[in-house]
Structure formats: C-alpha cells, structure tokens
Design a protein around this ligand. Structure first.
Ligand SMILES: [Zn+2]
Length: 388
C-alpha cells in the first residue's frame, strides 16, 4: 500500500494529539486516550507503540480495571531529553537546564561586568559547554537552547538593537549554531517571560495577559486571546520606551523620557552613589529598605508610582484581565506594590480597570529562563515530527 502525503500528515497530527493527551493527563490508558480523542483503539494502540519505541512514552504498571483486564497506564517520558533556558540580562546571565516538562534540574547565575559582545559570547559558550557536561544522560540529550535577550530580535535570531547592552546587529543565533549542534531559539526576554508565566506561573488561566519584566530596563510581553502578540515584524512590546515625560531624560534608545528611565532598577540605581554598580546593588537596596532606611523606601515608592503610571496606560490600551509584574525588580514587591496599586487605582480609567488584576510573579526571576527553555522544547517537537 502506498501512503499518500495526506495520510502521513494525518498520522503525524494524530500522534501529536495522542502525545499531548499523555502529557496532559499523566497515567492514562490506551482506552482512555481513544475515548478522549475520538481516535479508534487500533490507531491509538499503534501510535502509542511508536511513541514507546521513540522513548517519549513508557508504560508504568497497571491501573484499575473497569470490568475486564487491568489497563496498562502510560506516562510521558519527560526525561527523554533536556533543554537549556537562558536569560541574558543586562547585569547577569541566568541559566537553567530543564527536562521536557520544564522542571528545572539545574541552575546557575553569572554576573556581567563587561558588555562587549566578545566577552558575553565567550562567557555564554563556555558556560553552555559546562551545562552539556552537567546534563544527565538521556535518549535525546540536550534538544535545544532557548535564550531571552533584552532587545529587539529578528526571525534569524539576530539582535537588532539591545539599548541597555549597547548592542546592534549581533548574530547571536548564528554564533551559537557554529558552536553547538542543537537548535537555538532567540526571543525577546519579555516574550520568553510571558510564555514562562503562561505555562508555569500565575498566568496559566488568563486569556489576555500582559507581563511586565522590570529589571535594568522594562520589557513587556502580551498574550492576547491566548496567543502571544508580536506585531507585524515581531517587535511588539517595547513599552519600556513609551514616552511618559515629554521633556524627560535622554534614553539610550534615542528617545527622551522613556518609561524605563523612571520605573526600573536603573531609576533606583541612579539615586544611590554609595552602593557599587553591580547586580547585587538591588539586593543591597532591598536590605537597606528592610532596615528602615527612609530615603531608600522613598525611592522604591517613587519607582512604584512610575510603574503604576505605565501600567495605567497599558490597562487603558488593552483592558487585560491580568497584569503580572516580574523580573528582578519584582523581588522588591514589598516596597513598590502599594504605590503601584494606588497609582493604578487613581489613574487607569474605571471601566478599563474593573476586571483587571495586577499581581506579582511567583516565578520571580525565572520566568524568562523557563519560557526560553519551553521555546526550545516546542521547536524540537515541531522540527522532529518524524520522531513523535
Ligand atoms: Zn528609550
């Protein structure tokens, strides 16, 4: 019998459906999959056998009988491979290794002092090599690398502009592809963070979700009607550079009075000359606030006001159900939350704000790495349909 292209396509689609059911339900029988998906038992059985052969699914004992023989239960083998997720921050790099379900099995952080592309690229390559060594043995090994970066990225994985790193036209994907024989996915860090929140964080049930990544700069990711919104060229979400002061300070993006100049870590750091300029500075600042330092607490409050102003604009534009504040600055929740919420209350249009909730990420600084890792996993499954 010859199999036509259409039949092949249908088979692949069905297999993806079966695998998705096993991932979703955990410990499920062939009969239950057939019932859930509407595929006939013979089809499910043969697809499951192929998935077992490719080691994405395994049999895990028997379940309860509902009459005849006890059914064999199936599980997704989330350790069939591993993914590396990276958050390339402005003053740090955070790395995680996750399994195929996004569970973190290892994490590592590095401080950045030298922003040159040469320095950062060599750090990335060196550490990724070490991560390959640290990853447990598995059928597929490291299946991909996902990186969230603080800038505008094109479809080729080139960073067109990252103002806070001072980077333009850096071919990051190509550089890593030259080193590592796995697929590399590069996305804006706020987009990756939004996916992280949507898959693993507090945004799992939101159809319309805005994620604000507040660190040295501010990035914004949007999920509208369950889909990440990227705009016509893929560059949407640069709300850190919306103007909130017409005659404000000069920003590195070329504009003046950008939101992130007043509402990010940058705004805080500017105010304290005494503390050294490194990535621990925010922690030192939080420590001072906790000890009751009035001027530090005042600075946090002020940053909260400015965050609230930008968030009010976002609420008026999008009327979302959920806004999640994440990124490094969210670790200062205690010191910025009140002024954020009171400013939103005062400034956002009442009708728009009625059903909007503003909350803080519980993934804290991990949203981007988890989202980046998920991007690599999705790409692996899309690229290797023949395996699944
Ligand atoms: Zn700007």
């Amino acid at each position: 019998m010859t199999i036509t292209g259409d039949q092949n396509l249908i088979k692949k689609m069905n297999k993806t459906i079966v695998l998705d059911e096993i991932k979703k339900l955990e410990l499920v029988s062939r009969a239950a999959i057939s019932e859930k998906t509407g595929l006939n038992k013979g089809t499910v059985s043969s697809l499951v056998n192929e998935l077992i052969e490719s080691q994405f699914v395994y049999e895990a004992g028997t379940g309860k009988s509902s009459g005849g023989r006890k059914p064999v239960m199936l599980l997704f083998n989330h350790q069939a491979g591993y993914s590396i997720g990276i958050d390339l921050g402005v003053n740090y790099i955070l790395y995680v290794i996750t399994d195929l379900s996004g569970d973190i099995i290892y994490e590592q952080k590095e401080s950045i002092h030298d922003h040159s592309t040469v320095a950062i690229l060599s750090t990335l390559i060196k550490t990724i090599r070490e991560l390959f060594q640290k990853t447990p043995k598995s059928p597929y090994g490291i299946i991909g690398i996902g990186i969230g970066v603080p800038g505008i990225v094109n479809e080729k994985g080139t960073i067109l502009h990252a103002p806070n790193l001072g980077w333009k036209n850096v071919k990051l994907k190509q550089a890593l592809n030259d080193e590592f024989k796995v697929s590399v996915v590069i996305d804006n860090e706020a987009n990756a963070g939004t996916l992280g929140e949507n898959q693993f964080g507090r945004g799992q049930n939101a159809e319309n979700l805005i994620y604000i990544s507040a660190g040295i700069g501010i990035g914004v990711g949007m999920i509208l009607r369950n889909k990440i919104y990227r705009g016509v060229s893929g560059y949407a979400g640069e709300l850190g550079h919306m103007t909130i002061k017409a005659d404000g300070e000069q920003c590195r993006c070329g504009n003046v009075g950008c939101w992130e100049l007043y509402a990010s870590e940058k705004a805080l750091l500017k105010q304290s000359e005494a503390i050294s300029h490194d990535e621990n500075k925010l922690q030192q600042y939080i420590h001072l606030a906790a000890k009751g330092d009035e001027s530090v607490m005042q600075n946090f409050s002020q940053v909260g006001v400015y965050l609230g102003i930008g968030i009010s604009n976002i609420i008026n534009i999008f009327n979302p159900e959920l806004i999640i504040v994440g990124g490094r600055l969210s670790t200062a929740e205690q010191w910025i939350k009140d002024t954020i919420l009171s400013t939103v209350e005062q400034r956002a249009l009442t009708y728009h704000n009625q059903k909007t909730e503003v909350i803080f990420s519980d993934l804290r600084t991990k949203s981007t790495t988890l989202g980046a890792s998920t991007l690599a996993i999705s790409k692996f499954f899309t690229d290797h349909e023949e395996l699944i």
